[in-house]
Design a protein around this ligand. Structure first.
Ligand SMILES: [Zn+2]
Length: 364
């Protein structure tokens, strides 16, 4: 396999130090300080015969333990073990200072600086692709993000609108996207109904900031900007699709993304399969079906899907990174797997040219 190189386009190494002390609920602080309590709860559940619940609590413990690592380096070493030695990782930081859950012990600047150091560490050379992040509502955050891009030379931008801002926030439109586009860098954004949500942001507003159509003003103002809507709409919308049920707002984000990419109207719109595909048995056959077709829509989609995992959020799931990778390769087959794990990431990152540009000039 030495001729091939996986790029995992979506992982996290931020620690509990980068999250508010009261996140996601005030008692979290207690759990964080006494991890033994979680194991005790799991043990009690097991005694009560609640095997599945106990397993879930165990995985919550794994997740909590990973986040409790003192450095991003230690978390990064955990994920690297699952992949071939030449694998590269897009690392996505988070600015949770504006989420409304209290003080964040280690600020954004230190988080960015630590990623910059990680990229230069002997053990990780060539494997770290750090992205810069921001919350336009937090004073100084935009400036710090621009510093990471222009001074530290970060590889792209990550945004997380559910925390409490629209993707066409004026500071993004006027100060950030122009710099990102000018430098030919990609954008990653969280696009599912789950995940972190600002405390004062209700579900309706959060969905309004997150839905694929919320990016229409951005796509129209910056048609050359390569934007990846992560999680392919998210597990809730994939479940709704499989079960033919309705989601909130009567729109299915998985189908919205498919339609937007498939139409050819937005040649620089991307999506990734991170987290969502960890429910492998349910969703992998659908992914294969979506990518295999010979119609124009499928051929476009095939070139706009990125492999990503969402480590270490996925520590809450049953399957490991390596298990998912192997299953995915088996289900998709070699050609499709390397398309999404190697070829597509290089185009999205701005390292390689699109090999078939005509796909985007043909009409369906
Ligand atoms: Zn993520």
């Amino acid at each position: 396999m030495p001729d091939f190189r996986i790029t995992n386009c979506h992982i996290h190494t931020n620690t509990a130090q980068h999250a508010p002390v009261g996140f996601p609920f005030p008692a979290a602080r207690v759990l964080r300080n006494s991890p033994g309590l979680i194991l005790f709860i799991a043990g009690v559940l097991r005694l009560l015969g609640q095997q599945n619940l106990a397993d879930q609590v165990d995985r919550l413990y794994q997740f909590q333990q990973t986040g409790a690592q003192p450095t991003q380096d230690l978390i990064f070493r955990e994920v690297k073990k699952h992949y071939p030695g030449n694998t590269r990782f897009v690392i996505l930081p988070m600015d949770m200072r504006g989420a409304g859950y209290g003080v964040v012990p280690v600020g954004l600047r230190a988080q960015h600086d630590e990623l910059a150091a990680l990229r230069m560490a002997d053990d990780h050379l060539g494997q770290v692709l750090p992205f810069a992040t921001l919350d336009p509502e937090v004073p100084g955050s935009v400036e710090e993000c621009l510093r990471a891009i222009t001074e530290l030379g970060f590889a792209g931008l990550k945004i997380y609108p559910r925390i409490g801002f629209p993707p066409d926030h004026p500071r993004l439109m006027n100060e950030v996207y122009p710099v990102v586009a000018e430098r030919n860098l990609p954008v990653m954004t969280h696009c599912s109904r789950g995940g972190v949500q600002g405390r004062s942001v209700d579900d309706y507003t959060a969905d309004g900031y997150t839905r694929p159509y919320a990016y229409l003003p951005v796509l129209r103002a910056f048609p050359e900007l390569r934007i990846c809507l992560a999680h392919f709409g998210g597990q809730r919308d994939w479940a709704a699709y499989v079960n033919a049920t309705e989601t909130q707002g009567h729109e299915n984000w998985m189908q919205q993304i498919r339609q937007m990419i498939g139409s050819g109207e937005f040649p620089n719109l991307w999506t990734d399969i991170s987290y969502t595909l960890f429910h492998f048995e349910d969703y992998a056959p659908i992914l294969r079906l979506l990518l295999k077709g010979n119609d124009l829509e499928s051929r476009r989609l095939r070139r706009r899907i990125l492999f990503g995992s969402d480590f270490y959020m996925t520590r809450q799931e049953e399957l490991s990174e390596r298990a998912i990778c192997i299953r995915l390769r088996d289900t998709l087959g070699e050609a499709l797997f390397w398309q999404i794990a190697e070829t597509n990431p290089e185009v999205w990152l701005g390292e390689a040219e699109e090999s078939d540009k005509t796909l985007w000039t043909l009409s369906g």
